[in-house]
Design a protein around this ligand. Structure first.
Ligand SMILES: O=C(O)CCC(=O)C(=O)O
Length: 278
């Protein structure tokens, strides 16, 4: 390396200007070294000019999802049909006790794999979960009919009593769901069968692994069934939690438990309800 290059490398790694050269050249005019952008200022007009054009259609944004994790009473909407209310108690049953109850429920419940009937042609789908029914009356939804089952276990009787004592509501039926892993789910629906009556109160207890419970507001008629801009609520339901849906929640909202991308252990859900003779 020449002495000159060594000097330039020492001064900021090659950024230094070339040395001034031999004394005889020092007064010669040199071309100024200018960066490529020199001379272009903001005042000089450019060929393309940005002109703001008002969009023809109004810009719409989907509302942000509300996530509920804390105990409380949440009025998620109010409209002509009334208030849609959720009550959430994350620690209704102490976690360790809930885990013991999970084992008992898992072993004692007469789980069944049922088939939904969907669409006008009544296509059959195997439900991606196992279910069981307890109640004096039969219950029909999505083409599935449950015959009466009066054999409430000791644990189920105790849970129903605790629920009734704490809430002041009375329940005569119970639908049980077993989500075996992350692939099990229940799709968007409302618990709005005629036999549940108007504004049904649905009390949902969870045991085992945590799963997301999601709600979306039914869109107004002008949206033609498009839920893109609907309000959404998510509740990560923990073991031992109790969620109560009241008021217009079934009339104005849908709910689901979606499949998960990550591994999940089993979860049991007990939904207590009141069935009326049809
Ligand atoms: O598993 C849950 O938390 C929800 C169950 C449910 O939506 C239903 O049984 O209608």
């Amino acid at each position: 390396m020449s002495a000159d290059r060594r000097r330039r490398a020492r001064v900021q790694g090659g950024w230094a200007a070339p040395s001034a050269g031999p004394r005889s050249d020092r007064n010669k005019p040199t071309m100024p070294q200018q960066p490529a952008w020199t001379g272009k200022t903001v005042d000089q007009p450019t060929e393309k000019k940005f002109v703001f054009q008002k969009p023809e259609q109004e810009m719409r944004q989907a509302p942000e999802e509300e996530v509920i994790t804390k105990m409380g009473i949440y009025d998620i909407s109010s409209g002509p049909s009334g208030v849609s209310r959720l009550r959430y108690f994350p620690n209704f049953i102490e976690k360790m006790e809930a885990d013991v109850m999970f084992e008992t429920l898992y072993n004692e419940t007469p789980w069944q794999q049922r088939h939904d009937l969907k669409g006008k042609d009544g296509v059959q789908y195997t439900q991606p979960r196992l279910t069981a029914w307890y109640g004096e009356l039969p219950y029909t939804y999505s083409g599935v009919t449950w015959e009466p089952n009066r054999f409430w276990t000791k644990l189920l009787k105790r849970l129903r009593k605790d629920l009734e004592d704490n809430t002041g509501f009375v329940f005569n039926s119970l639908l049980c769901n077993l989500y075996r892993n992350e692939k099990d789910s229940v799709d968007w629906h409302s618990d709005d069968e005629k036999s549940l009556g108007p504004n049904p109160i649905i009390a949902s207890m969870s045991f085992g692994d945590q799963r997301n419970f999601e709600l979306r507001k039914k869109p107004p008629p002008e949206e033609n069934g498009d839920y893109t801009y609907s309000k959404r609520v998510k509740i990560p339901l923990t073991s031992g939690s109790l969620l109560i849906m009241e008021g217009s929640t079934q009339e104005d909202w849908q709910h689901r438990v979606p499949k998960e991308y990550h591994d999940r252990n089993a979860r049991i859900n007990l939904t207590f309800r009141v069935i009326h003779p049809e």
